[in-house]
Design a protein around this ligand. Structure first.
Ligand code: CP
Length: 312
């Protein structure tokens, strides 16, 4: 099997690096892979003999499990490491640990790291394909791609779709990947949140910016709620979670103001009662679990298209 000639990347570091044609190839490939997960035997031999290192140096449930399942459905061999229990705990540097892993000749290294730019740095030490599974507040490209896939699956198109992204834009790598992808594909994006969570440079990414939630929600097709990252907050940005929930949380009353067609998305993990009320999270309008299901097909597509081609 050969990957699409339209997809020229060796690594997936960010949606910023992808062309419109490459995004379209990922979405089309994911659509064909989605059917495999509906089969009784959910496995194809596409990546048999390939070795994947899944290196998660920050916590994760969805992304880590999703990559593991995607790899196994493509018959690749995958080994996963988490933040604790690696030689980093014994004082080894990130570079030396990577060189050790490289010596085992992986075909792919999937990495989540707290520092923006860590996946790009890793490409200088390995011949494997590197996939960014979230780096600091920079990008989370497979989350962005699965969000694009889910919106396209819901509305049949991305062009002209009105999307509101609500929450802590400053700390959100998902927001940045979504913005790069959605604007490239012709969607109209508004970001909203408290002024302390809206970085000034975000308007340069081709989005509308507002602190007014009602304005952001007017006439939308898709609302993407972001997790309030408690671990990255201080009291100067956010006086209290209760105040955030009151002014920016999506509850049943605010849900009623949205057009009937509008859907609610969230990359997870969700904070019930903060950015999303339990009533909204459990409603038929929330398609959060569809995002998770689609994440496997999108990650299968990414693994397939990159081909894990080690440089000889
Ligand atoms: N969306 C996301 O990145 O979730 P995890 O942190 O659980 O991987």
């Amino acid at each position: 099997m050969t990957a699409s000639p339209s997809f020229k990347q060796k690594h997936l570091l960010g949606i910023q690096d992808l062309s419109v044609a490459e995004i379209e190839v990922v979405l089309a490939t994911a659509a064909s892979f989605k059917e495999i997960s509906e089969r009784e035997i959910k496995k194809v031999p596409t990546l048999r003999g390939k070795t994947i290192v899944n290196l998660f140096l920050e916590p994760s449930t969805r992304t880590r499990a999703s990559f593991e399942i995607a790899a196994k459905r493509l018959s690749a061999d995958i080994v996963s490491f988490s933040g604790t229990g690696t030689s980093l705990d014994k004082g080894e540097s990130f570079k030396d640990m990577t060189l050790t892993l490289e010596a085992m000749r992986p075909d792919y290294i999937i990495i989540r790291h707290k520092c923006s730019g860590a996946p790009r740095l890793l490409t200088t030490w390995t011949k494997a394909s590197v996939i960014n599974a979230g780096d600091g507040a920079h990008e989370h490209p497979t989350q962005g791609l699965l969000d694009l896939f889910t919106i396209k699956e819901t509305f049949g198109t991305l062009a002209g779709i009105k999307v509101a992204i609500i929450g802590d834009i400053t700390h959100s790598r998902v927001a940045r990947s979504d913005i790069w992808g959605l604007t490239k594909m012709g969607a109209k994006v508004t970001v909203a949140g408290p002024a302390t969570m809206l970085p000034p440079e975000i308007s340069e990414m081709g989005v509308k910016v507002t602190t007014d939630l009602t304005r952001a929600l007017h006439g939308v097709d898709v609302v993407i709620l972001l997790r309030i990252q408690r671990e990255r907050q201080d009291s100067r940005r956010l006086p209290s979670l209760r105040e955030y929930a009151r002014f920016y949380g999506l509850d049943g009353e605010r849900l009623k103001t949205l057009p009937d067609r509008a859907v609610i998305m969230h990359p997870g993990p969700i904070n019930r009662g903060v950015e999303i009320s339990p009533e909204v999270a459990d409603s038929g309008r929330a398609i959060i679990t569809h995002q998770v299901t689609n994440g496997i097909a999108v990650r299968m597509a990414v693994l397939y298209l990159l081909q894990g081609g080690r440089e000889s």
